[in-house]
Design a protein around this ligand. Structure first.
Ligand code: ZN
Length: 175
């Protein structure tokens, strides 16, 4: 075979090729490894309904791969805890943090969790206009998680296909 007309491969071309591949690999690989907020989220994840636990974990992982470091800050709440946070801003000091009296929150049935964005290792809650919440809403929707932003609760996600809060209250479980 006569190869004398083949272009000569020069060292600098190889270098450029490796550089381009490195950049492409960076953009197409996503982030690997363990999300920084996952371990600390477990204490809330394990309080959730067994069907919701893997979804919550996957939510933290998918957010991380999309460049968002998420940490869970709440999971299942019993009625006494729900009463305590419902009272906040009404009969006890502080800002109102929930509009759900005991028994009317998906948190009371293990079907909801709250999330924050980790910045420098600390949970933060950017303004609800911040695009990060809409991105999390989309990530959650792919896992059939409903986003609380629909009722002004940006940090809240719940999972209850074919179940109403009235049905949950009457003892009906997830299908
Ligand atoms: Zn919530």
């Amino acid at each position: 075979m006569n190869t004398k007309h083949w272009p000569k491969v020069k060292a600098e071309h190889v270098g450029i090729g490796v550089g381009v591949l490195t950049i492409l690999a960076f953009f197409f690989s996503g982030r690997r490894g363990t999300p920084p907020g996952l371990a600390a989220s477990e204490k809330y994840i394990i309080t959730l309904n067994a069907k919701v636990q893997p979804l919550a974990r996957q939510f933290v992982i998918n957010a991380y791969r999309a460049g968002i470091d998420v940490i869970l800050t709440s999971g299942t709440r019993n009625n006494a805890e729900q009463q305590r946070i419902y009272d906040q801003g009404r009969t006890t000091p502080g800002d109102i943090v929930t509009n759900a009296p005991p028994g009317t929150s998906w948190h009371n049935y293990g079907l909801a969790f709250d999330a924050a964005i980790l910045v420098d290792g600390k949970p933060t809650w950017p303004s609800e206009k911040d695009a990060v919440w809409a991105k999390l809403g989309t990530i959650g929707a792919k896992l059939k998680l409903e986003h609380g932003l629909r009722f002004g609760d940006k940090e809240h996600f719940d999972y209850h296909p074919n179940l109403t809060i009235a049905q949950a209250k009457s003892g009906q479980k997830l299908a």
